[in-house]
Design a protein around this ligand. Structure first.
Ligand code: FES
Length: 82
C-alpha cells in the first residue's frame, strides 16, 4: 500500500484562512489514529491561487476552500481506495 501524499499550503493567505488550524489538527489526527505510515505530510509555498484557498493537495490533486471536516473526509476516501 502506498502512502498518501498530503501537502498543505503554508502561504500566508491559506495559512491565515484556516491552514494554521488545519495543520495543527491534522498533525494531531495523524498521531491519534496512527496514520504516520499511511500519510506523508508536507508543506507547500503559495502557488498564487490564493483566492480559492485554503488549499491542500492530495497526491498532487488540489482541493479548494477546505476545512478540517473536508480534510478528514478526503483522507478516509483516499485510505479506502488505496
Ligand atoms: S497562500 Fe495558498 S495559494 Fe497562496
Amino acid at each position: 500500500m502506498s502512502k498518501i501524499n498530503l501537502t498543505i499550503c503554508m502561504g500566508s493567505s491559506c495559512f491565515a484562512r484556516g491552514n494554521n488550524d488545519n495543520l495543527e489538527l491534522l498533525e494531531k489526527y495523524i498521531e491519534e489514529n496512527n496514520l504516520q505510515d499511511k500519510i506523508e505530510l508536507a508543506g507547500a509555498r503559495c502557488s498564487n491561487q490564493c483566492s480559492d484557498g485554503p488549499h491542500i493537495f492530495i497526491n498532487e490533486k488540489k482541493y479548494d476552500n477546505i476545512d478540517f471536516e473536508k480534510i478528514k473526509q478526503l483522507i478516509s476516501e483516499h485510505l479506502k481506495n488505496n
